[in-house]
Each structure stands twice: as C-alpha cells, then as structure tokens.
Write a protein that binds this ligand. Structure first.
Ligand code: RB5
Length: 144
C-alpha cells in the first residue's frame, strides 16, 4: 500500500500519480488534499508520514509545488526518510543507499512523464542492504 499526499501545488501531479498506480494495479491510500484550494503542506506530510511509520503503508509519495517544503516537514518525523527527487538516478540511488520510504516531488518542477518514471524507479528499486548503508541509516535514526 502506497500513501499519497500533496498540497495545492502538487494536486494535479498527485492525480496523475494516482491514475498511474491504478493503471498498474498498485494499491494506494489518498491522504489528500483533494483540490487546488490553498492548504498547508505540513499537514499532508504528517498524514503520509504516520501511515509509513506505523507500517500501514509500505511507502509514501508526497508532492507540493517544489517538493521542498513537504520533504522538510516529512523528515521531522522519526522513521521517515523522505527523498526529494527530480531525476531517475536519484530515485534509484535513494532506494539503494538510503532506503528512502517517502518520495517527494515538485508538481511545479516536473513534467508528468518524468515524474511517473521517477515513481516507477522509486517503487521498483529495493534497498541494497549493504552494511555501510545500514550503518549510516542507523546513525541518522539515532539523531532524530
Ligand atoms: C505553496 O505555494 C508552495 O509554497 C508549496 O507547494 C511548496 O512549494 C513549498 O515548499
């Protein structure tokens, strides 16, 4: 199960991501927002973060205008490793190296085609499990 969340700046792209997940038969939970009226992105970062940290959802996808605010907010939560990605190399690397559990994107930054490739890469790349990466992730978690 994938948790989806956005603010007004990410709403259109979130709808595209939801359609992509439906098309692929990947189950998701849409945590809002549900329109283009201005809302506060930390609220949606928290909703998705809680789904991921509790284990209710395996991964999350968060989208705001730039992806920056919503990633900053999500990363305040213990157990969240949110990665802002604008390219497929980073999406692959953050899964392999950081075991990122939330993908963040900028709805005003990315075209739909690239964004969906980033989603595909993020969801299909496993964590490497390499000892050095496990150690570094543990160090991050200790600091939160
Ligand atoms: C909303 O206007 C915008 O600030 C938000 O979507 C995001 O880009 C913040 O980082």
């Amino acid at each position: 199960m994938i948790a989806l969340g956005c603010d007004h700046g990410g709403y259109q792209l979130k709808q595209e991501v939801a359609a992509y997940l439906r098309d692929k038969g990947i189950p998701y939970e849409d945590c809002g927002c549900f329109g283009t009226e201005a809302v506060d992105y930390p609220i949606y970062a928290r909703k998705v973060g809680e789904k991921v940290v509790s284990g209710a959802c395996e991964k999350g996808i968060l989208i705001c205008g730039t992806g920056i605010g919503i990633s900053i907010a999500a990363n305040k939560m213990k157990g969240v490793r949110a990665a802002l990605c604008s390219d497929c190399f980073s999406a692959e690397a953050t899964r392999l190296h950081n075991d990122a559990n939330i993908l963040c994107m900028g709805g005003r930054v990315l075209g739909v085609g690239l964004a969906l490739k980033i989603v595909e890469t993020f969801l299909n790349t496993p964590f490497s499990g390499d000892q050095r990466h496990v150690r570094r992730i543990q160090l991050i978690e200790e600091e939160k």
